[in-house]
Design a protein around this ligand. Structure first.
Ligand SMILES: NC(=O)c1ccc[n+]([C@@H]2O[C@H](COP(=O)([O-])OP(=O)(O)OC[C@H]3O[C@@H](n4cnc5c(N)ncnc54)[C@H](OP(=O)(O)O)[C@@H]3O)[C@@H](O)[C@H]2O)c1
Length: 315
């Protein structure tokens, strides 16, 4: 596994992180969850990405992760980067959503209890909340670090102008933003417009989520929608989205074959070729998918010709 310093910080992050948004909730097979986490860790993935609302139901991914952590990794806590977030709706009423000081502080306390941890390595404001003054949110993040409940802080899904303001405020508070997290993959290239340059300018790491466009950038949907796939199972990825993108996906698959990679490997390598991208957070439903995705690290360079062909397909 390759590790890279996150932005200008001293913290090294594995280039692949494992996210627990799907497939680690209450109904997930505990043995399968355990084997995916164990395998990932054995292969050098040290970074595990959670949020208060991951499940379903919300909170159950943190509960399961905490249990597995205790049973399997108790003596390895210092070799792991564990993150959580707050900012999407988590409990009813005015304090279970958004980025107020009350919501962030209460939510983190709940997350720590669910995961049976004293602290997380990174705590994120999960999304920009226009109803809360950004000064209040950033002060709460800074205070969370001072309380020792998180070692570092990050933000996710902030528009560029607000992200810049957040970076300035955190810097002034002497609790610099470590990392910025956003959706980035071959089908969604918005971070290329402003965020990637912005984080590089501030010495902040960029981490991409949904790097496989929730499974679309794999060989999974080439011949229809498999029954056990995310597109068949829940509303986060729809069959309509897949059918809209299928021609592009098939074109990309042909380029991947020429490179001697699977489409998943090429899609991850394509993100990691950019030095501004510190790491990517993969989601998986099996140990085999972790293994396939790890192979992406074997070749993350692209010829000009390959990049041109890819850009033509994506434009
Ligand atoms: N900050 C935020 O707001 C935010 C939002 C979303 C996600 N995230 C983070 O990012 C993580 C990853 O997001 P994601 O799950 O959407 O990532 P993703 O890697 O784009 O998609 C994961 C899905 O792709 C399929 N897959 C993965 N590897 C495969 C392979 N080698 N071959 C075939 N199919 C493969 C699996 O689908 P099947 O389940 O169908 O097998 C898997 O569940 C989340 O867990 C979370 O930690 C953060």
């Amino acid at each position: 596994m390759e590790y890279r310093r996150c932005g200008a910080s001293g913290l090294q992050l594995s280039r692949l992180a494992l996210g627990l948004w799907h497939n680690f909730g209450k109904d997930a097979d505990p043995l399968r969850c355990k084997s995916m986490l164990r395998y990932a860790f054995e292969q050098g993935i040290t970074h595990f990405d959670l949020a208060n609302n991951y499940g379903p139901p919300p909170g159950s991914a943190e509960i399961n992760f905490g249990r597995i952590l205790k049973e399997e990794f108790a003596s390895h806590r210092d070799e792991m980067i564990i993150t959580t977030k707050a900012g999407h709706e988590m409990w009813p009423g005015p304090y279970g959503d958004g980025a107020s000081r009350k919501s962030l502080m209460s939510s983190l306390d709940q997350s720590l209890k669910r995961m049976q941890l004293d602290y997380v390595d990174i705590f994120y404001s999960h999304r920009y909340d226009a109803q809360t003054p950004i000064e209040e949110t950033m002060q709460a993040l800074s205070d969370i670090v001072r309380q020792g409940k998180a070692l570092y802080v990050g933000i996710s899904k902030y528009p560029p102008e607000q992200a810049q303001k957040a970076f300035e405020l955190l810097k002034a508070n002497h609790t610099p933003c470590l990392i910025y997290q956003d959706r980035y993959n071959m089908l969604v290239r918005k971070p290329e417009e402003q965020h990637l340059d912005l984080v590089a300018k501030y010495g902040i790491g960029f981490i991409a989520f949904s790097p496989l466009a929730q499974g679309q950038l794999t060989d999974k949907y080439l011949h229809g929608i498999p029954e056990d796939s995310r597109a068949a199972k829940n509303g986060f990825l729809t069959e309509e989205q897949v059918s809209r993108n299928i021609d592009t996906i098939k074109g990309l698959q042909a380029i991947a074959i020429q490179r001697g990679q699977t489409l998943a490997e090429m899609a991850l390598a394509w993100l990691l070729k950019d030095d501004r991208v510190n790491s990517v957070i993969i989601g998986v439903s099996s140990k085999e998918q972790v293994a396939d995705n790890l192979k992406a690290l074997e070749n993350t360079s692209f010829s000009e010709e390959e990049l041109q062909k890819i850009n033509q397909l994506l434009s």
